[in-house]
Each structure stands twice: as structure tokens, then as C-alpha cells.
Ligand binder design. Structure first.
Ligand code: HEC
Length: 217
């Protein structure tokens, strides 16, 4: 530390009086230009450009979103086509089903369909998945709990109900998908079949057990 005020710039500063400081500031302030008022043209042009972008996006989404329906998404469908008698391109239920599987089932059963040993049973190669559709429709509608054997492995866990979340077409699509991927080979499940079973077991509240389902033809 340098204690000599003549050599230490920090101490020297204190020697400037408040009046001197104010005077210098006043001079500096006078020399600065006043802030200009009013609009400058550039922000207005930007605003116009942004509005045009938003308008374009809204119109584009309105025309090409397919009504935001996850089942009929097809960017080539124009609003007039749906009323005009031209049938929309029908999507392969396995493609739609895979999408539903990825967002609803893969967290537990894994994208590979292999499940997690001892925790989540496999769907790939599962005798349940490829067995009677009446059982797996019930599983997805109301859930499943208690002991079950899948591909020789024991499980005793619980699966949540998807009946309130997924429409008949969506359940049919996801089941059609899991019955056809990973070397599984079982016939598709139709939305009408899901509708029929949903109505038949409408008063069911809790999840099914494997023992109960084995009685279902
Ligand atoms: C929260 C985790 C979880 C989610 C999400 C889930 N499951 Fe399950 N699933 C399970 C469990 C756990 C079992 C076994 C229940 C038991 O132990 O009784 C099971 C059993 C099954 C079975 C019968 C056994 C087998 O492996 O073949 C099928 C079929 C099935 N699930 C399909 C689905 C489908 C389709 C979806 C998506 C719509 C889905 N699951 C979503 C956890 C889940």
C-alpha cells in the first residue's frame, strides 16, 4: 500500500471537491445530445415483418394441420377435401399405433418391446400379446395387476388403465402395432372390436388380474 496521497491515485481522487465534480458533470451533460423523440422507421418495418410472419404461420397451420387430429394427420389434406367427397389418405394403423406406443407404453415396456426383467413384462414374443384380442383389449382398457407369467418370466406389478385416455381407434391401432412389430405375428385389432368390449365391460372399475383374463375366451 502506498500511503502518500500525492502518489496514490485512489487517495488523490478524494481531493476533488463535490462542487468540482458537479461542475464537470454539468458540462458533460450539456454536451450530450438530447434523446430524440418520435418513431424511427426501422422498428415499424420490423413490426410489419413479424406480423406478416405470424399471419403466414397461422394460415399455414390452419390449412395444413389436418385439424390437429392425431389419427388423420396428412399434410396434403386441404379443408375442402374432407367435405368434398375425396377420401383422406388412410394411415396404416401400425404407423399410428407405433406413435401411440412410443408416447404411452414405451416408458415401461421399452421401445424394443423387451420390458424390464422382473418389473415390466415384454411385449415382444409375448403369448399374451399374440393371444386372444379380448384379453389385451381389457388390459389396456382397465389395467392389470397381480401375478402374471410372460414368456416364462414372473411379474407381480401393476399397469395403469388407458380406457379413459385413448379412443377405441387408438387402442386398436396400438394393439395392432404391438401384434406386428418385433417379430410378433398376430392379426390386427379393429376399432369396432374395442368398442364392443368397452361396452360389454363398461361397469368394470378396477384392474384385471391374469387369472381372471385366462377365463375370458
Ligand atoms: C406404468 C408402466 C406401464 C405402462 C405405461 C404400460 N404398461 Fe403394460 N404392463 C405393465 C405391467 C407392470 C404389466 C404386468 C402387470 C402385472 O404384473 O400384473 C403390464 C402388462 C401388459 C400386457 C400383458 C403382459 C405382456 O407383457 O404381454 C400387455 C399386452 C400390455 N401391458 C400392453 C401395454 C400397452 C399396449 C400399453 C400402452 C397403451 C402399456 N402396456 C402401458 C406396465 C405398463
Amino acid at each position: 500500500m502506498n500511503a502518500d496521497p500525492a502518489k496514490n491515485p485512489r487517495l488523490e481522487q478524494a481531493e476533488v471537491s463535490d462542487e468540482q465534480l458537479q461542475r464537470v458533470h454539468a458540462i458533460l451533460l450539456r454536451e450530450k445530445p438530447e434523446p430524440t423523440e418520435g418513431y424511427s422507421p426501422l422498428p415499424l418495418m420490423l413490426l410489419g415483418l413479424m406480423s406478416a410472419c405470424i399471419l403466414f404461420s397461422a394460415v399455414y397451420l390452419g390449412r395444413y394441420s389436418g385439424g390437429f387430429d392425431p389419427l388423420v394427420y396428412d399434410e396434403r389434406i386441404l379443408p375442402g377435401m374432407l367435405e368434398g367427397g375425396v377420401p383422406p389418405a388412410v394411415q396404416d394403423p401400425r404407423v399410428v399405433g407405433k406413435r401411440i406406443f412410443m408416447s404411452n407404453c414405451s416408458a415401461c415396456h421399452q421401445p424394443s418391446g423387451q420390458g424390464i426383467p422382473g418389473v415390466y413384462p415384454p411385449l415382444a414374443g409375448s403369448e399374451w400379446v399374440q393371444g386372444p384380442e379380448t384379453r389385451i383389449i381389457r388390459i389396456v382398457l382397465h389395467g392389470l395387476s397381480g401375478p402374471i407369467t410372460v414368456k416364462g418370466g414372473q411379474f407381480n406389478n401393476a399397469m395403469t388403465a388407458f380406457g379413459p385416455l385413448l379412443k377405441d381407434e387408438q387402442i386398436a391401432a396400438v394393439l395392432t402395432y404391438i401384434r406386428s412389430d418385433w417379430d410378433n405375428n398376430a392379426p390386427p385389432v379393429s376399432p369396432d372390436r374395442v368398442k364392443e368390449i368397452r361396452a360389454a365391460v363398461a361397469d368394470r372399475t378396477g384392474p384385471w388380474t391374469a387369472d381372471e383374463l385366462r377365463q375370458v375366451p
